[in-house]
Design a protein around this ligand. Structure first.
Ligand code: ZN
Ligand code: ZN
Ligand code: ZN
Length: 449
């Protein structure tokens, strides 16, 4: 029996690559951020906290190092580097029996490759030929394994890669873990994955009476997506169709795709049905057939286009992003319900842009609305909900709304204790915020007295 919050398993990566966006900001070995990182003097690409991290990484880096040196100053893509590391491991006959912390459910040779599906998938085969093209430059012709071997390794890599995230759930790298990759997917999982540096931890978010691997599930995709979107991602990347309880229940989807009642003045909404038509309004019964599907399609497209532009702008100016969000929001508000997934995605962007541009009050307004949708669409005890609450609480504290901040941070604490545990650095940050908050309130009370 495992209770919610219990650790189910931990594992260090079999291979890992720090994202190119993080190069120079984080250590290539432990993924911790740091200043004055020391560069490998041979390849001049990877950087480490100190000699210890370099030593720790040497078994993994020694094969890659001369290859990186060969193409310097070009640096291959993250996916190519991951593939290179796998190829080098295989050449050395290393299937990962001795990966640290891993409980040994499986090693790399047990992985399924889905070669047959990949052979029929044009995008994937094109991607593989690009990778092989660069691998040849990196390794030199003679050392490249035969084509079917490469296809197999590529398949194993695609299906079993984990995106390594920092405490705030932002991606910082990519890695292959052995035992954790045995866990199946569910859109309503009973376990979650978090990272501390490169170490992966799986914790139960529900009580699991028999915690054998077949009874543990994690979500491979973001749950803030409609069934159609999740299923598309799962079949494109993992070659299966999800049959989980959430995929068999359309009620959340109806809300995610809600359109405000068009009869005027009514608070109800029309929801999109399986056949892509709209049902009658839940409140007043106004006919869904009065909503023209083409109009909605056009509107959806326009919103997606907006989001694309916003994502593009996110790289440069947060204040501009916020302005773009406002304009798009005005349009959406007339048409979409508050919980429509397009609105939520936009709100998330506006929330982050508000934080990045230091517009705290605006950020808070958006953050509070994001929270409502997150609680609806993410399962209970989701790390996304916990982290979002923590961000909102931090802003409330900054804006001196102490009682609200304390309430929000305590809600975050309840969730993060289950998803991250007391030993995770994120929990330390949270505890510090709660401490600041109670101190602030104590000081105010004593002034009032
Ligand atoms: Zn090097
Ligand atoms: Zn390090
Ligand atoms: Zn599902």
């Amino acid at each position: 029996m495992k209770r919610k919050g219990d650790i189910l398993l931990q594992s260090e990566p079999f291979v890992h690559v720090l994202s190119h966006k993080q190069r120079g900001r984080r250590c290539d070995s432990c993924f911790k951020s740091g200043e004055n990182l020391k560069r490998c003097t041979m390849c001049k690409v990877v950087r480490y906290c100190n000699a210890m991290c370099q030593k720790e990484d040497w078994t993994s880096h020694k094969g890659e190092c001369p290859c990186l040196k060969r193409v310097f100053p070009d640096v291959p893509l993250d996916s190519v580097r991951l593939m290179l590391k796998l190829v080098l491991k295989q050449k050395a006959g290393d299937n990962g029996q001795s990966v640290k912390n891993d409980i040994g459910w499986r090693n790399f040779s047990d992985f399924k490759s889905h070669s047959e599906e990949i052979k029929c998938d044009q995008n994937r085969t094109e991607q593989l030929s690009k990778i092989v093209f660069t691998l040849r430059k990196l390794l030199g012709d003679s050392s490249l394994p035969p084509g079917d071997k490469l296809m197999e390794t590529f398949g194993k890599m695609l299906i079993n890669s984990f995106t390594v995230c920092d405490g705030e759930l932002q991606p910082i790298g990519v890695a292959i873990y052995l035992s954790p990759s045995l866990l199946d997917h569910s859109c309503e999982p009973n376990a979650v994955v978090t990272f501390q540096g490169t170490k992966l931890t799986v914790r139960a978010i529900k009580d699991i009476p028999d915690p054998s691997p077949a009874n543990i599930s994690i979500s491979y995709v973001d749950q803030l997506a409609t069934k159609a979107e999740r299923q598309r991602q799962l079949s494109e990347q993992y070659y299966f169709t999800c049959q989980c309880s959430r995929c068999n229940d359309n009620s959340l989807d109806r809300e995610m795709l809600g359109v405000k009642c068009q009869s005027g003045g009514c608070q109800g909404y029309h929801s999109r049905r399986e056949d892509n038509h709209f049902g009658n309004c839940k409140e007043c019964g106004y006919g869904g057939k009065n909503i023209r599907n083409e109009d909605v399609e056009q509107f959806y497209e326009a919103c997606l286009e907006c989001l694309r532009k916003i994502k593009e702008a996110s790289k440069t100016d947060p204040a501009e992003v916020l302005q773009m969000c406002k304009q798009c929001e005005e349009k959406q508000n007339k048409f979409f319900t508050d919980h429509n997934v397009h609105c939520t995605q936009l709100l998330v962007k506006a929330f982050d842009a508000g934080i990045d541009s230091g517009q705290w009050t605006t950020a808070l307004q958006h953050g509070l609305r994001v929270q409502q949708s997150y609680r609806k669409f993410y399962p209970p005890n989701s790390p996304h909900v916990g982290i979002e609450l923590m961000k909102v609480g931090k802003i409330q504290l900054y804006l001196e709304q102490c009682p609200q901040a304390l309430m929000t941070l305590q809600q975050a604490e309840k969730i993060l204790l289950i998803t991250h545990g007391r030993s995770h650095p994120v929990y330390d940050d949270l505890a510090e915020l709660i401490h600041q908050c109670t101190e602030e309130m104590r000081v105010r009370m004593s002034i009032q007295d």
